[in-house]
Design a protein around this ligand. Structure first.
Ligand SMILES: Cc1ncc(COP(=O)(O)O)c(C=O)c1O
Length: 494
């Protein structure tokens, strides 16, 4: 299947790929070869797009703090920061009359914590949050900390594997808790399987029951178009979205919350300090009514926000629909190629016709520890992946037991323990705009080599108490490749 992407979009995507910072990094491997590193860890953090580098080099001479317009740099930076906010709204199709956005320090996690803290004070009678079993801990623990009850909706179990959030279960939990539900918070895209959730149907359902909807867009924003408002049926509009700049090709950029403004008015701002007050007396202070100023105590990450908006504008100009088609084609190709390899397990619903996936694919080689597979992919094939449970422990555990199923019947405790030891995690290959089918081919080649030569690879590694695998006669000294301190010393010595 070759995706139906316009010629111009494909050319621009190729330009982005070629100018990605670090796309050509090379490393020497355990077999002595030197090759180009294939980056398949974008779900954790994406690489930086070249356009950010170029634009930020040009902007930084004019950088200044924004809370004044008295000097030229401050005027320019204030205008660009305002532009950055508009780009965030524009990127997720949020009506600027109704929605606003603010930047937060630590990615989506910072945003969701802020939302949880604020919503429990804004709607104190509603003490229940509904989320799902497939969530990242960042879209689970903040709700647990601030609400009396969090209900985890299961995912659909189908013949083709576990799919997206179970809407019937969602409906019955909404009916059960009724007016106690403050909001429903689901991920747009799973960080484990890349499965896309039906967020607009979820919004419709939640709104019918008087609940708000928060979408964790950490894995969705860079990969699938988002439409917060303007749906023909307004019940499908989203109330709040949180996302991370470092997962949208902009390292060192902030998290973003995009929300209906009214939700953050008439409630004391969660963080206080400079920039969010109209006046301060020794006895009391007056928080500003201005949104987003009231939500941004202190100086926001101005340069990071502008860098992020540079990317959002670029992606939007190319067309998120086009980008999404191109990427889901690569992921569908990966699922199909990996599923065809003997002894390789691909987790989650794997029929692209009935369950859309984007961004990530999690796998294992049967009878091989996930840490060992990930180490071999790195050391012998120069493929950077991540392994373990990806901060989504309940979901990963559920999928692994679903896969093992009957294999566990009749095993002794010792055998079960050995099986559990091997299967306490997965290997995740995740994709960005710069990945191609050729990268998938290399991954598939590596996985079949590993699956076909388990004993050879096992004999090359030793395991420590923390389940890390180390090659017996190869190691990587990262300081020989790069060290900030060495670079500074070089600079200091002229
Ligand atoms: C689905 C999902 N939600 C939330 C987060 C947390 O994002 P951050 O670390 O940027 O706060 C992640 C990170 O991987 C994620 O994948």
């Amino acid at each position: 299947m070759i995706s139906n992407v316009s010629h111009t979009a494909r050319e621009l995507i190729e330009r982005l790929r070629q100018s990605t910072t670090g796309i050509d990094v090379e490393y020497r491997l355990a077999n002595g070869n030197v090759s180009r590193r294939i980056y398949l860890d974008s779900t954790a953090s994406t690489l930086q797009l070249g356009v950010v580098r170029e634009v930020m080099d040009k902007y930084l001479p004019y950088y200044a703090n924004t809370h004044t317009t008295v000097h030229f740099n401050a005027q320019l930076s204030t205008r660009e920061l305002e532009w950055a906010r508009r780009m965030c709204l524009d990127f997720v199709n949020a009506d600027p009359g109704e929605y606003g956005c603010f930047f937060v320090g630590s990615g989506t996690t910072g945003g969701i914590n802020r939302i949880a803290r604020t919503m429990c004070r804004k709607r104190p009678d509603r003490d229940v949050v509904i989320t799902s079993i497939m969530e990242h801990h960042s879209n689970d623990l903040p709700h647990r900390k601030h609400f009396s009850k969090v209900v985890h909706i299961p995912v659909m179990a189908t013949e083709k594997g576990m799919g997206s959030v179970d809407m019937q279960a969602m409906e019955s939990v909404l009916a059960q808790y009724g007016e106690r539900v403050n909001y429903v918070s689901v991920t747009g895209v799973s960080n484990v399987t890349g499965i896309v959730n039906p967020i607009y149907e979820i919004a419709e359902l939640a709104h019918r029951h008087g609940a708000l909807v928060l979408v964790d867009a950490a894995q969705m924003a860079a990969h699938v178009p988002l439409q917060m408002s303007g749906h023909e049926n307004p019940a499908r509009n989203l109330d709040m979205v949180a996302m991370s700049g470092h997962k949208i090709y902009t390292p060192a950029s902030p998290g973003v919350v995009i929300t209906r403004r009214e939700l953050f008015s008439d409630v004391e701002p969660d963080e206080v300090g400079g920039g969010m007050v109209d006046d301060v007396y020794t006895e009391h202070y007056l928080s500003t009514e201005n949104f987003p100023d009231r939500e941004e105590a202190g100086t926001p990450n101005i340069a990071g926000a502008i860098a992020l908006a540079t990317v959002l504008y670029t992606l939007k100009k190319i067309g998120m629909e086009e980008i999404s088609k191109e990427e889901s084609d690569v992921v569908a190709y990966a699922v199909n190629r990996l599923r065809a390899i003997e002894d390789v397990v691909v987790y989650g619903h794997s029929d692209p016709g009935t369950c859309m996936r984007t961004g990530a694919v999690s796998i294992n080689v049967r009878d091989m520890h996930h840490s060992l597979t990930a180490a071999i992919l790195n050391d012998y094939f120069n493929i950077a992946v991540r392994n373990a449970c990806f901060c989504a422990h309940p979901y990963v555990r559920e999928m692994i037991s679903d896969d093992l199923g009957e294999q566990m019947d009749g095993l002794s405790n010792e055998e079960l323990e050995a099986l559990a030891d091997l299967h306490r995690g997965m290997v995740r290959a995740s994709f960005g705009i710069y990945n191609t089918r050729q990268d998938v081919d290399q991954l598939a080649h590596a996985m079949s080599e590993i699956a076909g030569n388990k004993e050879f690879y096992r004999s090359r590694y030793r395991r420590d108490d923390c389940d890390n695998y180390f090659h017996s006669d190869f190691s990587f000294d990262s300081t020989r490749v790069f060290s900030v301190q060495n670079e500074v010393d070089r600079w200091l010595s002229g």
